[in-house]
Ligand binder design. Structure first.
Ligand SMILES: Cc1cc2nc3c(=O)[nH]c(=O)nc-3n(C[C@H](O)[C@H](O)[C@H](O)COP(=O)(O)OP(=O)(O)OC[C@H]3O[C@@H](n4cnc5c(N)ncnc54)[C@H](O)[C@@H]3O)c2cc1C
Length: 269
């Protein structure tokens, strides 16, 4: 199947993107790396009237340290996240995204905006308490990753808004663990354990509609519990659904194991 017809605008600035989106009555779409959007268009699951290509906007691909965090421009490619050394957790998580071709085109802003529950960057965003800068007709606003992810593939972004950057705090220590059938496949389950501002955050991805903090596991660790106790608490607190890739008990067991491994990698036994 081929995409339905659409107009194409190559934007030169964020302001132009917002203007085109605002003028399209909610029928416009941003084109970044195209790794998620183009398959959606090809399957005609979306039929936008206009695509706004943001790839030529200058300055949106920067990755730079700022105040104990790393600010990632919306157009930073996954491959650039792998290559950078400012934020080792981001580099590690990005190695799990798809394959070389996908990492060389896909962008950080696109991954966050697409909000796939099995994607790595949303888990890192929630797990580190990242903030997201969003440009719209009223100017630029800042929101938290937790506020941004509403449901699977659904965010709180307005139809005329664009993510311009994501600020990922630098964890004091962290461990990331993922289970996928093959490296490069979407995760069946992943876990991030990250200490940020002295508090250990446990975040699980792939088993629910959005990346979710495992509050029970965090409480166990805050009270001096072991990694195994935290893993059991995390698994008890999730509501996985069964699909072709795994049953509910399988996903629950894998979630426990990923939390245990992430704890171990963060230095928590
Ligand atoms: C075979 C395959 C395997 C993959 N495996 C993985 C994987 O293992 N893990 C993983 O995380 N991802 C995976 N992906 C998805 C990949 O990471 C995409 O790059 C990412 O999800 C979307 O980024 P993009 O830049 O390609 O966005 P696009 O496809 O261009 O856009 C995706 C959506 O986000 C919107 N959007 C894009 N940029 C912005 C912005 N700045 N502000 C607001 N909205 C915006 C678009 O309008 C669109 O709705 C895979 C993709 C493929 C094709």
């Amino acid at each position: 199947m081929k995409c339905a017809p659409f107009d194409y605008v190559r934007a030169g600035s964020v302001e132009e993107v917002v203007k085109v989106l605002a003028g399209s009555d909610g029928d416009g779409k941003i084109l970044a790396g195209g790794q998620s959007l183009v398959p959606v268009l090809a399957l005609r699951m979306a039929r936008p009237s206009v695509l706004v290509d943001v790839n030529r906007i200058p300055g949106l691909g920067a990755i730079r340290p700022v105040d104990g965090a790393v600010e990632v421009g919306a157009l930073a490619r996954h491959s650039a996240l792998v290559a950078q050394t400012h934020h080792p957790l981001l580099a590690e998580a990005a190695t799990w995204i798809g394959h070389t071709a996908i990492r060389s085109r896909g962008t950080a802003g696109g991954s966050i905006a697409h909000a796939d529950p099995s994607a790595e960057l949303p888990v890192v965003a929630v797990g580190t308490g990242a903030t997201v800068s969003v440009a719209g007709p009223e100017g630029v606003r800042t929101t938290t990753a937790e506020e941004l992810f509403v449901s699977a593939l659904v965010t709180s972004l307005g139809e005329d808004e664009m993510i311009t950057s994501i600020r990922f705090p630098q964890p004091e220590r962290w461990g990331f663990a993922e289970f996928a059938r093959r490296h490069g496949d979407f995760a069946l389950v992943m876990a991030l354990v990250a200490e940020v501002d002295g508090a250990v955050r446990v975040t699980i991805g792939g088993v629910g509609a959005v990346p979710a903090r495992a509050a029970e596991a965090e409480q166990v660790l805050a009270a001096g519990g072991t990694a195994r106790e935290a893993a059991a608490a995390a698994a008890a607190g999730i509501e996985p659904t069964a699909d072709l890739h795994g049953s509910v008990p399988f996903r629950r067991a894998m979630a426990a194991e990923m939390v245990r491994r992430a704890c171990a990698r963060a230095g928590i036994d």
